[in-house]
Design a protein around this ligand. Structure first.
Ligand code: ZN
Length: 394
């Protein structure tokens, strides 16, 4: 139903209250000042002439908000907000708040609705100040703090997001420490960009304190240790991902290789790559191993290794790597390429290397977002594997 037509019910609600109150107190001034029927029809006229804003104005002016009509005004405002008519929603909610005779709980409810109008309209400063006020009211604290966390996420004000979420923890039944961990990771990222490694370290320690199983924090801690020249420690940190969530081992594989190189520990690197590939597989680990073989023993050895690997582990990404490597081998031999059509076919059909998908909303892209751009969920994206593809094709 068009919410405007709810306006038609408002006079009825008021009228019933009006007659009741007139019986009790014929001198009650606020309502008796108005000639109810004529104003009502004037508003109705505007409504029928499709001049909804004028209709709202007349109704709001005539029909004072009092305890009997607050609920209906609130409902009307919410309907407008849901339809995206934010200016109308805002006007109705502001009008409620301006009434002096509201009960405390009615006032808080109207403030909460108005704060949501502002939030949805992108008037974040106004929304923030109302939500902050509501966060001190036990009846609305939890909802207000949830909105505040969202608002600070949008604004990338991570310190404030942390303090809102810490307050929210008192009310929330769900464990929200993983989200808190992500906020500390965001702060860590900011410091890493500015090369403030000590500060970054403090933030990442906090992330791991609130969420010891945070893969992202573990990656970041390794990055900081690497930047500080602690290569062995960085390797040990990154390798914890093997136990935490090996899907993400591919994200640090190049860094682990770099750290072994800095240490000039060729044996350690070889042992690590071989074991990791056997244990976890995946395109990035395979690529690192193949590159290492090529680096040490040349391309034809690498092709042999990969051919053997694909035979034992028939995966699409393995096949793709093999075709690519074969093509490179041919290109360098300067012969006519017979592989190119096969390569482009494989790429167009299954080019998912380095792609990530959100398990909550399905958002897919080539960048790993710790907060999904689609559904705003944290830690929802993971690398796409051949298994995903095969499921999709079935
Ligand atoms: Zn998502």
């Amino acid at each position: 139903m068009d919410p405007l037509w709810l306006l038609l019910l408002l006079p009825l609600a008021v009228a019933s209250g009006w007659y009741a109150s007139r019986r009790e107190n014929s001198k009650r001034s606020e309502i008796t000042e108005f000639n109810l029927p004529s104003a009502y029809f004037r508003g109705l006229n505007f409504l029928l002439n499709e001049q909804p804003d004028k209709a709202i104005e007349v109704f709001i002016k005539v029909l004072e908000v009092d305890s009997e009509t607050v609920e209906m005004h609130l409902t009307l405002g919410n309907l407008f907000r849901r339809r995206g008519e934010l200016e109308r929603a805002t006007r109705i909610h502001q009008n409620i708040i301006a009434r002096p005779n509201l009960s405390n709980s009615q006032r808080l409810q109207a403030l909460f609705e108005l704060a949501q109008d502002y939030f949805k309209a992108g008037l974040l400063d106004r929304a923030e100040s109302l939500f902050l006020e509501l966060a001190d009211a036990p009846s609305h604290a939890e909802q207000a703090l949830r909105y505040l966390s969202q608002l600070y996420e949008q604004e990338k004000e991570w310190e404030k997001a942390i303090s809102a979420t810490q307050r929210l923890q008192k009310y929330s039944e769900r464990d929200i420490s993983p989200v808190l961990g992500q906020y500390y990771c965001e702060l860590t990222d900011v410091c890493l960009e500015k090369r403030e490694y000590e500060k970054a370290k403090a933030h990442v320690d906090n992330a791991l304190k609130v969420d010891a199983s945070c893969t992202r924090a573990t990656i970041l801690l390794g990055n900081i240790e690497f930047k500080m020249g602690e290569y062995r420690r960085a390797i040990d940190t990154w390798r914890k991902i093997e136990d935490m969530d090996p899907r993400y081992l591919g994200e640090v594989i190049d860094s682990i290789v770099d750290a072994y190189r800095e240490l000039k520990d060729d044996e350690g690197l070889w042992a690590f790559l071989t074991n990791a590939l056997d244990d976890y597989g995946g395109p990035k680990l395979l690529k690192a191993q193949v590159e290492e073989i090529e680096h040490r023993k040349g391309r034809s050895e690498a092709v042999d290794f990969l051919t053997d690997w694909v035979r034992k582990h028939p995966t699409l990404h393995g096949l793709r790597s093999l075709v690519n490597l074969k093509k490179m081998e041919q290109d360098s031999a300067d012969s006519e390429s017979e592989i190119e059509p096969l390569q482009s076919l494989l790429v167009s059909m299954f080019d998912t290397d380095g792609m990530y998908r959100c398990r909550q909303c399905g958002f897919t892209g080539r960048t790993l977002h710790w907060q999904c751009p689609g559904c705003k969920g944290w830690y929802m994206q993971a690398p796409i594997t051949d298994e995903h593809l095969i499921k999709q094709m079935n």
